[in-house]
Design a protein around this ligand. Sequence first.
Ligand SMILES: NC(=O)c1ccc[n+]([C@@H]2O[C@H](COP(=O)([O-])OP(=O)(O)OC[C@H]3O[C@@H](n4cnc5c(N)ncnc54)[C@H](OP(=O)(O)O)[C@@H]3O)[C@@H](O)[C@H]2O)c1
Length: 329
Amino acid sequence: MTTTTEGAVMTHTMRAIVITENGGPDVLTPTTIPTPGRQGSEVLIRVLAAGVNPFDAEARTGLAGTCGSPELPAVLGCDFSGVVVESPYQAHPLKPGHEVYGVASVPRSPGSYAEYVSVPALQVSRKPKNLSHVEAAAVPLAALTAWGLVVDVAKAHEGQRILIHAGAGGVGHFAVQFAAYFGAHVITTTSPRNASWLTELGAQQVVDHTTSLFEDEVALVDVCINLVDDDAVAERSIGVVRPGGLLVHVPVNPVDGLAERADAAGVRFTDYAMSPDATCLAIIARLLDSGDVTVYVDDVYDLDDVADAHRLLEQNHTRGKLVLKVADE
Ligand SMILES: NC(=O)c1ccc[n+]([C@@H]2O[C@H](COP(=O)([O-])OP(=O)(O)OC[C@H]3O[C@@H](n4cnc5c(N)ncnc54)[C@H](OP(=O)(O)O)[C@@H]3O)[C@@H](O)[C@H]2O)c1
């Protein structure tokens, strides 16, 4: 045990989930490792809850495409909610004891499947006050991705028609809400069990991807945000975007020739990469605290049961988010 200059008590070692090889969920191994040290402008955080994202599973297998996979051994996990233990300097706005949430720097640095994580301050914001740590940990990566797609790339606005594939997923349920918040006409694809929920979140048309082809159901849109990692869905999406409209391909696995085929059809194309951004997280926290936006936590697992969370995630039918509980709040 040691006491920091700010008076917080922390241990020299911590519980973490480590992978020493790439593979299936069984490679996620509960281990005791040294507690990370804080460097430069980083904030050292005691993690109370960690979100689970498809990227974690992709990094676990070593097939994280354009996002890159970490060197081994590695601690995975991007999302966290917790309490500041050490801040970069005394006058820093994030102070020991503050409740915060944010995004770790995987694959460059160890992640949040651990009792402590050290993260650049620009990736950390005060946690939404009205959310528990479990709920807050479900937000950062998915909501930042959705915000970047809907606000920065699509520039959602009244009168605009946006098709969001996989509206029921982690990114999708935020994207539907952000697009509706900014006045766009939101269309989304999902299975029937999520249809009424997505309507409540702001979707004006919900297409059942299990019984129909979206291109038969949807009139031309200005923007299509594709969150489904399926080449056929990506290809078919070109046909529902109006000439001059935009197709955004979000999965980390590129589809060969998709950009060229979109261009040939007169459709603008872009892929995408999420940027961790504390200012944006602060805006999202306000929307969550005001109730304008909600987060849906599908299930919660103890940290040591992370392999079960990955198995469920890989079935690809999570509603909203899965979260790991790391310590009591
Ligand atoms: N580039 C980046 O920076 C970035 C950032 C974040 C995420 N991503 C990628 O974006 C994708 C989505 O991420 P996520 O966190 O939202 O995933 P997720 O939460 O695991 O998505 C699960 C959802 O996908 C839906 N779904 C599955 N197949 C579908 C289909 N054919 N049509 C419509 N919906 C379908 C499921 O709904 P039903 O059960 O109703 O079918 C489920 O609710 C992933 O590929 C992820 O790697 C990329």
